[in-house]
Design a protein around this ligand. Structure first.
Ligand SMILES: CC(C)(COP(=O)(O)OP(=O)(O)OC[C@H]1O[C@@H](n2cnc3c(N)ncnc32)[C@H](O)[C@@H]1OP(=O)(O)O)[C@@H](O)C(=O)NCCC(=O)NCCS
Length: 144
């Protein structure tokens, strides 16, 4: 698979992938537009044949890198691109940086991916999500 990383993302790409990939909790184009204007926001995407097909969104504040979104277009899922994106982002973070994220326990694909990388659940926040109501796993991993 011939892919390239890029940090150049546009709201339209993020929204298009979100609408197709996320079953719940997808951000709106307004949210992405606001987020892209934040100095703390970090985006990394994967491009194939000039089309963005997967991306990772995060917020970097001091030594905490909070993953806000990770999505792969359904047609491109199953190639571990989520893991590839996360590992590439981690490669650029200094030792001691703590990565944080929230995930629905029912999102087994995502939980399995995070656990494979070494994330651990440090807290379970009851009824955190809406539509449908579900607990959240709060997971973290510190770069060694
Ligand atoms: C999470 C996501 C980015 C992963 O995409 P991906 O990198 O293409 O992941 P893959 O399709 O390679 O699947 C990852 C692994 O989960 C496994 N998996 C699939 N269904 C599973 C299930 N029900 N339970 C456990 N593991 C499962 C896959 O088999 C694969 O492992 P394998 O390679 O050993 O077979 C993608 O599913 C996505 O975009 N989801 C919607 C957005 C989302 O929920 N993001 C996370 C928010 S916290």
């Amino acid at each position: 698979m011939n892919y390239q990383f890029t940090t150049q993302v546009m709201v339209a790409d993020l929204t298009r992938i979100t609408e197709q990939a996320y079953q719940y909790d997808g951000w709106t184009s307004q949210l992405y537009a606001q987020d892209l204007n934040q100095a703390t926001s970090r985006y990394l995407a994967i491009k194939i044949n000039d089309e963005i097909i997967a991306f990772l969104g995060a917020s970097l504040v001091l030594d905490e890198f909070s993953v806000t979104n990770l999505a792969v277009l359904p047609a491109w899922q199953g190639h571990r691109l989520g893991e590839i994106l996360l590992k590439e982002a981690m490669r650029h973070l200094p030792q001691g940086t703590r990565l944080l994220l929230e995930v629905r326990p029912s999102n087994q694909k995502a939980v399995a991916l995070y656990e494979r990388i070494g994330f651990q659940t440090y807290f379970m926040r009851p009824k955190y999500y809406r539509d449908p109501i579900e607990d959240a796993y709060l997971m973290d991993y510190t770069i060694k």
